[in-house]
Design a protein around this ligand. Structure first.
Ligand code: MTE
Ligand code: MO
Length: 320
């Protein structure tokens, strides 16, 4: 029942072109089957209701949350992109139950006064946590509205005292092919990496996220620690972060490495700059009835008043 319901609300495959130009899906799936990569990862959530996470108590509600109805939990946790767990939207929920998000440490490196390896519980204190309902837009033109739980990224970064040489922040996902079956395939160059200009990272909307819907993040949504950058396409919001580095030069980013002509460093949501293979002017909201029209995508995903000044004078068609 649940699965039927989810499927009926999925964006149909004819509306959304698979992003990958290098991946011939059938060849990949064959390779996956031959390599037996899914064998160790039990199919968990696919046949049943996704297991709910641990509740996070005493979360302060952010006053500027969207007044919209959040996307159904079951949709936001079963229609995912997390290539470490596979290529299809239902792979992350099905193949991530072996992943162990705790205990967890994050290595902080580079141009900062304080660096080192920090336990997640020392990095983010429970009393700092806020619930923020943000709009979320994937570069593949689907969107959702999610109540995330986290702390402003800038508040965490400031504690390390970035020095004058720190111009960018680089992020890296954990590398654990034994727990992440997608990392046993060459879907992307592993580990997944992302980056922001320091002023983008310090922007008060950038959220370092540990939960959603009042609970700890499920593995498929990037447990235990991910970014949430609501004015950028979803792929900038890197999951399962183990390394944060203050760097001088623009760091490499996974999708830019994979397909530079399609994915740039900035990746701001921009309805005026189409993806080479599909329009970015409109989107399909997960959970909308199948027959309802696509919605227009606003500049910076609706956060232009807050973030447009970061990009003043930049040609966003060139710096996409
Ligand atoms: N490490 C890692 N982070 C990732 C991805 C990924 O494949 N690996 N996918 C990105 C993409 S393309 C999107 S749309 C979002 C999806 O987040 P969600 O599953 O919480 O909706 O995660 C982003 N972060
Ligand atoms: Mo995405």
């Amino acid at each position: 029942m649940l699965i039927k319901h989810v499927r009926a609300n999925d964006p149909s495959s004819s509306e959304i072109t698979p992003r990958s130009v290098f991946a011939d899906r059938r060849r990949l799936l064959k390779a996956a089957a031959a390599a037996g990569v899914w064998a160790l990862a039990p199919a968990a959530a696919s046949a049943a209701k996704p297991a709910r996470g641990e509740p996070i108590p005493n979360v302060v509600k952010w006053p500027k949350s969207l007044p919209e109805m959040p996307t159904a939990y079951d949709l936001a946790t079963t229609y995912n992109n997390f290539y470490e767990f596979g290529f299809d939207k239902d792979d992350p929920a099905r193949h991530s139950s072996k992943f162990k998000p705790r205990p967890w440490t994050v290595k902080v490196e580079g141009h900062a006064e304080k660096t080192g390896t920090f336990d997640l519980d020392d990095l983010i204190k429970p009393h700092q946590l806020e619930e923020r309902v943000y709009r979320f837009r994937c570069v593949e033109a689907w969107s959702m509205v999610v109540p995330w739980v986290g702390v402003p990224l800038g508040d965490v970064l400031k504690k390390f005292g970035p020095t004058a040489k720190a111009k960018y922040v680089a992020f890296q996902t954990v590398l654990r092919p034994e727990e992440m079956p997608g990392q046993r395939l060459a879907l992307l160059k592993w580990p997944y990496v992302e980056g922001l200009r320091l002023d983008e990272a310090m922007h008060p909307l950038a959220l370092l996220t540990v939960g959603m819907y009042g609970e700890l993040l499920p593995n498929q949504n990037g447990a235990p620690l991910r970014l949430m950058l609501p004015w950028k396409y979803g792929f900038k919001s890197i999951k399962s972060i183990v390394r944060i580095a203050f760097v001088e030069n623009q760091p490499p980013t996974s999708w830019n490495i994979a397909t530079p002509s399609e994915y740039g460093f900035y990746s701001n949501v921009n309805p005026r700059v189409d993806h080479p293979r599909w329009t970015q002017a409109t989107e399909r909201r997960l959970g909308d009835p199948f027959f309802s029209p696509r919605r227009p995508t606003p500049m910076f995903n609706g956060y232009a008043d807050e973030v447009a000044h970061l990009y003043a004078g930049m040609d966003l068609a060139k710096l996409y």
